[in-house]
Design a protein around this ligand. Structure first.
Ligand code: FAD
Length: 404
């Protein structure tokens, strides 16, 4: 053996980097240390138990645009290992993947266990060791790294830190003490609570294409919007929560959200459309007929919000009523008071500053021989397989360079 590589954390990035390291540096001993009694627990529950492994977007520039934090860093990293490389990696190991219409990629088996079995099988084949219930508590760097763990002491020549997103800054204190800058962690990917808004009575309603904004900010989210019994959810809201993670944290999750129920429809287009409606639907009751891609139930609710009776005939709509309707359809305002986790899926914005990491190798600029991969870094993406892709890419690069 020419040296010992220790990977701290047995999650997605930990396994991917350990496998890569052992493949590229077969003479090194590679050990994964996992603090809990289970490895890959997030992979297991990911994507509702199906594991959204990556996304079909593979051009480094385009792919990096799905990351509220880490965009420039990842653009360079993806030019080394992108989503099409991920697909090839799994397919070469016998995992069949399927692209869905929304560009998300899942295993054909529709079960995250196939990914876990693949990683465990690769570790066994290559001889990567796995130590459970071994949480790293402290590291001292002299000639070698000396690790104090919950399971005793251990020396290492090289380290890959893959401990995942840490909700509390204090959990990263040992990395800070080694000279790294830690960006305050805050949650990302959450849904909005609207306890005082009657719109929640329409729970279950899905609007296929909506546009949402935070009042007073430039941020926006696009895509399907879901009305829930607690407020609003769905990809458009999750996107907004990711882009606004830090701003919304600073607002203590109390803010106003503006909804365009008609996607990106502009006021002038809508006014024209409503004029046609008045001519075409003429004597018909406004509550019974409308041309928009929203349910009749939501339409009736929006009429109520605009102060228009359902029995009003289209031709009877006055100027004020039209103005109110236009505003409700494309600029509807709701009070958000708090957040809720989406199906337990969340990521942490913040972590080890990217300024401290060499993107070509993932090596720390502060501590030579120490590498980083995955969510422990100040990187996070929106939903769609992007968070795993960042983990695979950074782990691949760290594993490719750790033994040099
Ligand atoms: C419910 C849920 C569903 C998700 N679904 C998807 C999805 O479908 N697609 C997608 O792209 N992303 C998804 N994500 C996000 C994705 O799971 C994470 O971004 C990804 O797991 C990050 O990988 P990681 O290896 O950096 O961290 P983790 O997977 O969190 O692994 C870190 C590991 O390190 C261990 N550890 C921590 N501290 C120490 C220590 N001091 N010593 C030793 N070990 C330690 C932890 O116990 C853990 O096992 C989901 C997240 C959640 C919570």
């Amino acid at each position: 053996m020419s040296g010992r590589i220790v990977v701290i954390g047995g999650g997605a990035a930990g396994f991917f980097s350990a496998i890569r390291a052992k493949e590229v540096f077969p003479d090194h001993e590679v050990i994964i240390l996992e603090k809990s009694q289970k490895t890959l627990s997030k992979v297991k529950v990911s994507g509702g138990g199906r594991c959204n492994v990556t996304n079909v977007v593979s051009d480094p520039k385009e792919l990096s645009s799905f990351y509220p934090r880490g965009q420039n860093f990842l653009k360079k990293a993806f030019s080394q290992f992108t989503s099409s490389d991920t697909v090839r990696w799994f397919e070469e190991r016998g995992i069949k993947l399927k692209v869905y219409p929304d560009n998300c990629i899942f295993p054909v088996a529709n079960n995250s266990q196939v990914i876990i079995d693949c990683f465990r099988g690769e570790c066994e084949r290559l001889g990567v060791q796995i130590e459970m219930s071994t949480g790293v508590q402290k590291i001292i760097k002299n000639e070698r790294f000396k690790l104090t763990t919950s399971n005793g002491e251990l020396n290492a020549d090289k380290l890959i830190v893959t401990i995942g997103g840490q909700p509390k800054k204090s959990s990263l204190q040992w990395l800070e003490e080694m000279g790294h800058t830690i960006i305050d962690p805050v949650p990302s990917l959450f849904t909005f609570n609207m306890p005082d808004e009657p719109i929640t009575e329409l729970m279950g309603n899905v609007i296929e294409k909506a546009k949402v904004k935070i009042k007073g900010e430039k941020l926006e989210g696009n895509g399907p919007l879901l009305i829930t019994h607690w407020g609003m959810s769905g990809p458009a809201i999750l996107q907004l929560s990711a882009w606004g993670a830090r701003i919304l944290h600073d607002k203590d999750y109390h803010f106003e959200v503006l909804v365009n129920w008609l996607d990106s429809t502009k006021e002038s287009e809508l006014r024209e459309q409503l004029t046609f409606c008045q001519e075409d639907y003429n004597d018909k009751h406004i509550g019974n007929v409308h041309p928009f891609p929203i349910t009749l139930r939501l339409w009736k609710h929006l009429l109520m919000r605009s102060g228009i009776k359902e029995t009003t005939r289209w031709r009877e709509l006055g100027k004020n009523q039209l103005n109110k309707l236009v505003n409700t359809l494309i600029n509807d305002c709701y009070q958000v008071k708090g957040k809720t986790t989406f199906k337990e899926e969340f990521v942490t914005a913040g972590g080890v500053s990217l300024q401290d990491i060499n993107v070509q190798t993932m090596e720390s600029k502060k501590i030579p021989g120490m590498y980083f991969a995955g969510e422990v870094m100040d990187i996070d993406g929106i939903t769609g397989g992007f968070n795993f892709q960042a983990a695979w890419t950074t782990a691949f690069i760290a594993g490719s360079n750790v033994g040099t």
